[in-house]
Design a binder for this molecule. Structure first.
Ligand SMILES: [Zn+2]
Length: 96
């Protein structure tokens, strides 16, 4: 029975010495593992944002004032002209 305890103690000392010798590598490995785990936790929400959050915006239209390309559904249409924002509509009205 004493032999078993002696062998366990020797193995424990060897394990501790190895851990001390390679502690930097072990810490790096733990960091990589934590990073992978956090990435895996973040991925479902990110995927749902990509798949469900952004819808195809449809055709783009050119703002009649500043020239910015905006999705057709987000643009403000006045007559034939399209504008990216109310600000551009105001500027255009002031200029005219
Ligand atoms: Zn504009």
């Amino acid at each position: 029975m004493k032999e078993v305890i002696f062998v366990s103690v020797v193995l424990l000392v060897l394990f501790v010495l190895t851990a001390i010798r390679y502690r930097k590598q072990i810490m790096a490995l733990l960091n990589v593992w934590r990073m992978l785990r956090s990435m895996r936790q973040m991925n479902p929400t990110r995927n749902s944002q990509i798949n469900g959050g952004t819808k195809p915006a449809g055709p783009l239209v050119n703002c009649g004032k500043c020239g910015t390309w905006v999705p057709d559904i987000q643009s403000i249409k006045i007559g034939r002209a399209s504008y990216c924002s109310a600000e551009c509509v105001e500027k255009s009205a002031q200029a005219a």
